[in-house]
Ligand binder design. Structure first.
Ligand SMILES: [Zn+2]
Ligand SMILES: [Zn+2]
Length: 206
């Protein structure tokens, strides 16, 4: 089933294979490896994608309604992220710790954005970070994060459009526009190989 559609013109950092400018993300809404849906990536030319399927083919079976996306429009915003602290050189980590003490800022919270995103860095929550390696030996890069929440209780990444007005419904919550939940509110990361779009992508839940 269709999950996301990203146009290169809306997402400047989306590096597409030559001759394509559109990424379609689909998944099989049944738990596969590591308790998450199986993801399929389709790179296409937007000029070829004209007729909208009014009635999407419905899967006969779903793991749960958490894998059924609520139709949403994207309002992409570009932010600069910084590598997960544990993966930085030790000297730099020490300087960050000093900076955190001096400024009372939280590097972990500020360096990596929450919510759905294309590109950027992965913020490891469930396990210690480990290298995502393609079968060809190349370090993979994060293509897309499918997040359960757009922002969390710390509010650091809450867009100004989502500031509470007091009149929004308590359900669905503004931080969950897609109504997708991965695991117990985790994220599904989709990694691809920078060497070739032909190499299989990998997913991991964190
Ligand atoms: Zn399947
Ligand atoms: Zn590869």
């Amino acid at each position: 089933m269709a999950v996301a559609q990203l146009f290169a013109r809306d997402v400047p950092d989306l590096a597409c294979p030559e001759g394509t400018d559109l990424l379609q993300v689909l998944w099989c809404p049944i738990d596969h490896e590591a308790g998450s849906p199986r993801v399929f990536l389709r790179w296409r030319r937007s000029a070829d994608v004209v007729d909208v399927l009014a009635d999407q083919p419905e899967p006969p079976l779903m793991e749960s309604n958490y894998y059924l996306p609520e139709p949403c429009l994207l309002h992409p915003e570009q932010v600069v992220e910084y590598q997960y602290a544990d993966l930085l050189p030790e000297r730099l980590r020490e300087r960050i710790e000093e900076w955190e003490e001096a400024t009372e800022h939280d590097y972990q919270d500020l360096s990596i954005a929450e919510g759905w995103k294309a590109g950027g860095w992965a913020s490891w929550h469930l396990t210690d970070p480990y290298p995502m390696m393609c079968e060809c030996g190349q370090d993979m890069r994060l293509l897309l994060t499918v997040a359960s929440n757009e922002w969390s209780a710390g509010y650091t990444w809450r867009p100004i459009e989502d500031e509470p007005t007091g009149t929004e419904p308590s359900y669905p919550r503004t931080r969950e526009p897609t109504m997708i939940t991965i695991g117990r509110g985790y994220s599904l990361w989709i990694f691809i190989c920078p060497r070739s779009f032909e190499h299989p992508h990998q997913t991991i839940m964190q």
